[in-house]
Write a protein that binds this ligand. Structure first.
Ligand code: ATP
Ligand code: MG
Length: 312
C-alpha cells in the first residue's frame, strides 16, 4: 500500500494543509498502548475537495459530520483521517438503544468493588483519539445530549458521580450519517450546530475508474469503463426516479466484480449485488434492463479479467 500522505500530495491536496497535519502529528504523540488503534488504511478515499475540507475543519478543532448516501466512502474517509492525523480510533456504532452509559461508561463490579468502566467516547476524549460516531442518526436524540458539552467549546465530559474530564486537544469526533435508510432520523439542531457538516458526494467518474483499478488491478480496462458507465447510468435513472436509490450501490458494484472473479457469471453477480437490493419485482425488471443495455449477462471471469495478473 502506498503512503497515504504521498497519495494526497499526488492528488494535489494543499501542501500547506498537509504540512500543518504533519505539525499536528508532531505535537500530539500517542501512547504506545494505543498505537495499534491507529488504523492502517485498507483503501484510500478519492475526492480532493472533500479531503481539503475535512482536513481544514479538523485542524480548526472542529468535529466533523459526514453526511451522504450509502457507500459514498464515509467510513473509508474517517479511517483515512485517523491514519493521516496518526490518532487512535474508537468506533461507536449507533442504534436505538445507545445511551449515555454506553457512550461515556458506567459502574461495574470487578469482583471486589464497584469501578467505573469507561466507554468509547470517554477513552477517545481522554486519549486524544478520533471517535467515529457511526450512523449517529440511528440513535435517539435524548441519548446524544450527553455529547453536547464534549462537542462544543466546553470540551468536557461530565461523568455522573465522578469528575468532569477535559477532552484532549487532539480528540475529534467524526459522525457519519446516511439519510434515506429505514430507521434513520434527522439530527436535532443542537447537535448539528456542533459539527462542521460535509456533504459526501458520489464518487467522480475518473476517481471511480481509479478505484476500480486499485481494487481490481487485473480487470480489463474496457470492463472498468463499462462498470463505471453502468454505475452512472443507474445514478441517472435514480435521479429521474425511474428506479429507486437502492440499486445505486457502489459497494454492490465492487462486490459484483469480486463475484465474477470467483467464477459467477456477470448476470448472476449483478443480480445478487445490485438488482436484488430492490424488493419490488417490477423495479427489479427495470434495473435488470439498465444492466442488460450496458453489459452482456453471460460474461465470465475470462471476459472481465486478464488471466495474467493477480487474482487475490
Ligand atoms: N470517494 C471514494 N473513494 C474511495 N472509495 C469509495 C469512495 N466512495 C465510495 N467508495 C467505496 O465504497 C465502499 C463503501 O465505503 P464506506 O463503507 O466508507 O461507505 P459509507 O459511506 O460509510 O456507506 P454507508 O452509509 O452505507 O455506511 C468502499 O468499498 C469504498 O472503497
Ligand atoms: Mg458507513
Amino acid at each position: 500500500m502506498r503512503d497515504l500522505e504521498q497519495f494526497l500530495r499526488e492528488e494535489g491536496v494543499s501542501g500547506a494543509l498537509l504540512d500543518e497535519v504533519a505539525r499536528f502529528r508532531e505535537q500530539y504523540s500517542t501512547d504506545d498502548s494505543f498505537r495499534e488503534r491507529i488504523p492502517a488504511p485498507a483503501c484510500f478515499y478519492y475526492g480532493k475537495a472533500v479531503w481539503e475540507k475535512a482536513i481544514a475543519a479538523l485542524l480548526c478543532g472542529e468535529n466533523l459530520l459526514l453526511a451522504g448516501p450509502k457507500a459514498t466512502g464515509k467510513n473509508v474517509l474517517a479511517g483515512n483521517l485517523a491514519h493521516l492525523f496518526a490518532r487512535p480510533l474508537w468506533n461507536v456504532s449507533f442504534h436505538v438503544n445507545v445511551d449515555a452509559a454506553y457512550l461515556i461508561g458506567s459502574d461495574t463490579y470487578d469482583g471486589t468493588k464497584v469501578v467505573f468502566r469507561p466507554g468509547p467516547v470517554y477513552l477517545c476524549a481522554k486519549r486524544g483519539g478520533f471517535g467515529v460516531l457511526d450512523e449517529i442518526n440511528m440513535a435517539r436524540n435524548e441519548a446524544l445530549a450527553v455529547l453536547h458539552a464534549a462537542l462544543d467549546f466546553r470540551r468536557v465530559i461530565d461523568v455522573a458521580g465522578y469528575d468532569k474530564i477535559d477532552v484532549s486537544p487532539a480528540a475529534r469526533l467524526i459522525g457519519t450519517m446516511n439519510y434515506g435508510y429505514a430507521g434513520t432520523r434527522d439530527l436535532n439542531e443542537a447537535l448539528c450546530s456542533r459539527f462542521a457538516i460535509l456533504d459526501m458526494p458520489l464518487i467522480a467518474r475518473n476517481d471511480l475508474l481509479r478505484l476500480l483499478g486499485d481494487t481490481f488491478p487485473d480487470m480489463k480496462e474496457t470492463m472498468r469503463l463499462q462498470f463505471a458507465e453502468l454505475f452512472y447510468e443507474l445514478e441517472r435513472k435514480a435521479e429521474s426516479a425511474e428506479v429507486s436509490e437502492r440499486a445505486l450501490d457502489l459497494r454492490g458494484l465492487l462486490d459484483a466484480a469480486a463475484l465474477i472473479r470467483k467464477g459467477v457469471s456477470s448476470g448472476d453477480a449483478l443480480e445478487m449485488c445490485i438488482v436484488n437490493k430492490t424488493f419490488d419485482a417490477y423495479e427489479r425488471g427495470l434495473v435488470m434492463d439498465v444492466i442488460r443495455a450496458r453489459l452482456p449477462l453471460d460474461l465470465d471471469k475470462a471476459a472481465v479479467f486478464d488471466k495474467t495478473e493477480v487474482t487475490s
